[in-house]
Ligand binder design. Structure first.
Ligand SMILES: [Mg+2]
Length: 315
């Protein structure tokens, strides 16, 4: 059983209530507690030593990453983050300077996005450091793009470049695409939106599954990061070249993947280039009514059998 099968098993038993608009299964929960004009977003995420960072990682970068992952999920709802609480599980004995360093990273990123850190919890974990962040945010009522909104005929667009984030260290320093996502949802009819945490292939499949559609990716349009082009460890797989495999399957890119009507794509690209001239936006494929994920390249169209990152897998 892997983490996704475990989540699928647990989800049906989770209680909801009459203020729950979207429960488990999207990037954030969407709640309606009666705020004028806004819905509430709610999210939690954890990073663990040895998995998401190393014992030698600069503490400020650990703190940055712990909060940035949650902020990226709020970006995936086109929302604005507002308040966080932090749970730290510390090995014993712990180094106070390391904890202060982690908070320096948390505080700096929170301050840049006007997120208040309003409390937390410290506990012990004998083996390794764990940081869990719970985050609140808001989004204008009715203006929250979900994973389930993709429609046949939409185009697929992605920000930035993909692959090699762990090897290059970018997974510790990335900037969540909050401003970009809000701008997109404000100006355009974004049908579906997700942030890329587990690799393009896997995260796109989440949109396809939630929306009940399929997709065709265009191999030559996928923006491959410089790190993925040069990764010494990257290997070709299933007949695809190594850099493309990295861009399709490496985790922790934290870019935005979204769909919108094909008729608007040119307009979105022109407006994007004028507004965010340092961040590329790439049109990488289209949503189809037929289920499944296929890739088109010079040789034709083939099903994509590769998948992305899975946190755990056990027999
Ligand atoms: Mg996400």
């Amino acid at each position: 059983m892997n983490e996704f099968e475990l989540i699928d098993r647990l989800r049906p038993g989770l209680p909801g209530n009459d203020t729950t608009l979207v429960g488990a299964g999207d990037d954030c929960a969407v709640l309606d507690p009666g705020l004028p004009g806004r819905w509430l977003l709610f999210k939690t995420d954890a990073v663990v030593e040895g998995i998401h960072f190393e014992p030698s990682t600069d503490p400020a970068r650990i703190g940055h990453k712990a909060l940035a992952r949650c902020l990226s999920d709020v970006a995936a709802m086109a929302g604005t983050p507002t308040h966080a609480v932090i749970t730290l599980a510390l090995p014993s004995p712990f180094d106070p300077a390391r904890v202060e360093g982690i908070y320096a990273g948390l505080n700096a990123l929170a301050a840049r996005h006007r997120v208040a850190i309003v409390g937390g919890e410290t506990t012990t974990n004998p083996e390794r450091l764990l940081i869990s962040v719970a985050l609140l945010g808001t989004v204008p009522r009715g203006r929250c793009p979900l994973r389930s909104g993709a429609r046949a005929g939409d185009v697929l667009l992605v920000t930035g470049t993909l692959g090699g984030a762990v090897r290059s260290g970018r997974h510790l320093d990335f900037e969540p695409r909050l401003e970009e996502a809000r701008w997109l949802a404000d100006q355009f009819e974004v049908h579906a939106l997700i942030d890329l945490s587990d690799g393009l292939a896997r995260d796109l499949r989440q949109i396809l599954k939630a929306s009940g559609v399929g997709a065709e990716l265009w191999a030559e349009a996928i923006p491959i990061s410089p790190a993925a082009r040069t990764e010494p460890g990257a290997r070709a797989a299933a007949g695809w070249p190594a850099p493309l495999v990295a861009a399709l399957t490496d985790g922790e890119d934290f870019e935005l993947l979204f769909t919108l009507p094909a008729t608007r794509a040119g307009e979105v690209e022109a407006a994007w280039a004028a507004r965010f001239d340092r961040l590329p936006l790439s049109r990488i494929g289209r949503i189809r009514a037929e289920p499944g994920l296929v890739v088109r390249d010079r040789d034709g169209v083939r099903p994509l059998t590769l998948d992305g990152y899975v946190h755990f897998q056990q027999p």
